[in-house]
Write a new protein. Structure first.
Length: 83
């Protein structure tokens, strides 16, 4: 589960998107051009993403794609950032 979606930094609890993970997982987030803006490996339980890219700058509003990879499956989805 990924929430809130759509994501507004100003309104989300703690200013982050929450990813509830099915056990140990890797999480990757890509922009519409396919550039990986965020990556976290070997996480258990939950992560929070503050909407920044790998260089620490805020990503622009738009559509982003996430891939949650576990040992047995890949979960994909869209994340909408509005602010």
């Amino acid at each position: 589960m990924v929430y809130p979606n759509p994501f507004n930094r100003e309104e989300a609890a703690g200013g982050t998107v929450k990813f509830m993970l099915p056990g140990r997982a890797d999480v990757d987030i890509y922009d519409i051009a396919g550039y990986r803006v965020y990556s976290m490996e070997g996480v258990i339980g939950r992560i929070e993403w503050d909407g920044t890219n790998r260089e620490g700058g805020a990503v622009v509003p738009g559509v982003y794609f996430y891939i949650i990879s576990t040992e047995n499956e890949k979960i994909t989805g869209k994340l909408f950032i509005v602010r």
